[in-house]
Ligand binder design. Structure first.
Ligand SMILES: [Zn+2]
Length: 387
């Protein structure tokens, strides 16, 4: 028996439902009008000719201001080009309409918030992003808020937001510990060491391997004249991430000197150099030996180390030392070699962000180039493999 006719009633019902929701004439008009200019614009986009693409899209929107998707495309293109005011205007106009659906309204709010971020209007961005709480845009909105709070150095709110975002895929442990360290650094600057200690202990609770917290706890102890405690905090770094010891070599030595235990300090640094070779520590040990045991001993040490680990920076230090010994007539030659080595090691004597490649003489926990946290290996760049 033929059963095909059974599907007819639901089919008619379905068509009626569709017709009630879509203005078919409008749909046809749009598809008829769109293609040429739209594909022209798309073509320009694909060829990376943004200006021409924008011109085409502006034309389409002039003749058909109701095309929501095109408004979004244009808005985000203006934002990318840095024309924030025009992007803001497009998204505000879109939100002022009452014929857009709820999902488009949410998207419009989110896009407008991004415009505000790019324009540096953080207060307005924050307000807009907070409106998205509980919506399908809640998570991306929180991620934007987290960026804003970091730019504003509002660490309290950054911690709150990171905790809200933390889940199985991202723990934000490192970041939250770093935020507490930033707060501690602010406390130290405001002469509130007790508050700083509380923040640093929280950082360690959240992230056991937070080296920066132990460095700062040591700094506070040293400022309070408690050398032993300072030394103790810094020595703990060996059990956290030993390669970070290079950041505290000089501090450790200072504390040992102030505690009248300089020889013990030098011994410790030499042990570190043996276990975790790094140019920074090599340089620190070299400095201490020349101070405590004289230039001859320092030179001997440097030769021995260079035989163990050839490095341009080590060689430069060696030439520096040799300049103290060389006869006057040979001095110009050695100075020429020294300046050659200096030019070649300039880049090496810097820290480099692993994420964006930014180089800096100073060590950063928060990269000024890409805003990443703990993206700098704690050693001078370039010669890493030999060490
Ligand atoms: Zn970076």
């Amino acid at each position: 028996m033929e059963l095909w006719w059974l599907i007819l009633p639901p089919l008619f019902f379905g068509l009626g439902w569709l017709a009630a929701r879509i203005d078919i004439r409008q749909l046809l008009r749009e598809t008829r009008k769109l293609p040429l200019a739209y594909y022209k614009g798309l073509n320009f986009l694909l060829n990376d000719e943004q200006d021409k693409a924008i011109a085409e899209f502006v034309e389409i929107i002039k003749s058909d201001p109701h095309s929501v998707d095109l408004n979004f495309a244009l808005g985000s293109m203006f934002r990318r080009k840095g024309e924030h005011e025009r992007a803001i205007l497009i998204h505000q106009n879109l939100l002022a309409r009452n014929d857009i659906n709820p999902e488009h309204r949410l998207k419009g709010q989110y896009e407008l918030a991004l415009d505000f971020v790019k324009a540096g209007l953080f207060d307005r961005a924050e307000e807009m992003l907070q409106k998205l709480t509980g919506s399908s845009y809640a998570r991306v909105a929180s991620q934007q808020l987290l960026d804003i709070y970091q730019l504003e150095k509002n660490w309290e709110k950054a911690i709150e937001t990171a905790n809200r975002l933390a889940d199985g895929t991202a723990s934000f442990q490192n970041e939250v510990a770093e935020f507490h360290c930033e707060m501690a650094q602010r406390d130290i600057a405001n002469s509130q060491p007790e508050q700083a200690k509380t923040n640093l202990n929280k950082a360690l609770q959240i992230h056991r391997k937070c080296v920066r917290a132990n460095i700062l706890l040591g700094d506070i102890a040293l400022a309070e004249g408690d050398f032993e405690t300072a030394i103790d905090y810094w020595k703990r770094i060996e059990t956290q991430e030993p390669q970070y010891l290079s950041l505290v070599g000089t501090r450790l030595m200072d504390a040992y000197k102030q505690a009248n235990r300089a020889a013990e300090g030098l011994q410790l640094l030499r042990t570190y150099l043996g276990s975790y070779p790094a140019l920074d520590i090599l340089d620190q040990v070299f400095q201490v030996i020349s101070e405590q045991e004289g230039l001859d001993a320092a030179k001997e040490f440097l030769y021995a180390e260079l035989r163990r680990n050839a490095s341009m920076l080590g060689l430069k230090s060696l030439v520096d030392v040799e300049l103290n010994y060389v006869a006057a007539e040979r001095r110009p030659d050695l100075e020429a070699i020294r300046s050659l080595l200096h030019d070649n090691t300039k880049k090496l004597a810097m820290y480099q962000c692993q994420q964006c490649g930014f180089r800096a003489r100073q060590y950063y926990w928060h990269c000024p180039g890409c805003a990443g946290w703990e993206t700098y290996p704690p050693k001078l760049g370039g010669e890493g493999s030999a060490h």
